[in-house]
Write a protein that binds this ligand. Structure first.
Ligand code: ADP
Ligand code: MG
Length: 262
């Protein structure tokens, strides 16, 4: 038995929706203290993968193992891409509600979490009156409550101003420094470049590239992660920029898989 819990590990994940294959034999592992960023075009399967990693939906095939809780009240925290909170609750009551669901998490932890995500000053405002950025931070608070060993965040920075994105990734970096294993899907490539230890570029059903930001720049001969992304993913003339799935099984004709909501 080692002192350190095993990393988050996914092996051979397959996922299709109807005839559309979204994930094909995807594997990854994330260690304690590691920030792993999942980047990729809209519709490439990031949210699907994160829901599978979080145990929200079982994959068609493959396995996910999450370390047993490392002293926290739960082993895994998850921020969905579209978290839904009750508008009439205050920020404090919202986290208080989630705290009730977790053993050993009390009002003091709620106050600490509000402080951690920078919402202490608006703790008693109704969620419905919070800005979009504050609501995202509340979502982060919900995910980190109970000190999970694994934190899975689906586009926590989308819609945030650059300062807020920096703040969010700063919090993520601090949590990793405390030993949390973090998986974050994000389109904020400058922040990913600055804060992620490992980048997984998801497209066409699997990772087209993975490695440290520096390694990806070296591999592609580019100066920024955004350039590396564009070079690897490419732009396909005549196609929409969203992905409609890797491929279709036999007898399937072309269908629109476009989603315009992200
Ligand atoms: P991303 O998060 O990278 O934008 P998603 O994982 O949300 O991508 O979606 C990947 C693909 O899977 C898209 O084509 C999407 O329409 C499809 N998809 C996701 N969830 C479902 C579902 N529950 N039923 C059918 N198709 C889905
Ligand atoms: Mg998504």
């Amino acid at each position: 038995m080692s002192e350190e819990p095993a990393p988050l590990r996914a092996t051979g994940i397959d996922q299709s929706f109807g005839d559309v294959e979204v994930l094909s034999d995807v594997s990854l592992s994330v260690d304690r203290g590691e920030v792993a960023a999942i980047v990729g075009p809209n519709g490439s399967g990031k949210s699907t993968l994160l829901r599978i990693l979080a145990g929200i939906s079982p994959p068609d095939d493959g396995t996910v193992t999450v370390p047993a809780d490392a002293g926290g009240a739960r082993s895994l925290g998850f921020l969905p891409q579209r978290p839904a909170f009750r508008e009439g609750f205050t920020a404090r009551d919202t986290l208080g509600f989630y705290a009730q669901l977790l053993d050993g998490v009390d009002n003091e932890d709620v106050a600490e979490t509000l402080d951690l995500v920078g919402l202490a000053g608006v703790a008693d405002r109704a969620v419905g009156s919070l800005s979009g950025g504050m609501t995202r931070l509340l979502g982060l608070g919900q995910a980190v409550l109970g000190d999970p060993a694994v934190l899975i965040l689906d586009e926590p920075g989308s819609g945030l101003d650059p300062a807020m994105v920096e703040r969010l990734f700063g919090i993520v970096g601090n949590l990793a420094a405390d030993g949390t294993a973090i998986v974050v899907a994000s389109h904020e490539l400058p922040a990913v470049e600055a804060h992620a230890d490992t980048v997984f570029l998801l497209d066409e059903g699997d990772f087209l590239a993975s490695g440290s930001p520096t390694a990806l720049l070296e591999e592609t001969g580019t100066e920024t992660l955004s350039e590396a992304f564009l070079q690897i993913v490419g732009t396909r003339a005549g196609e929409t920029t969203v992905r409609a799935g890797v491929g279709r099984r036999a007898n399937e004709t072309e269908t629109g898989g476009k989603r315009d909501d992200e």
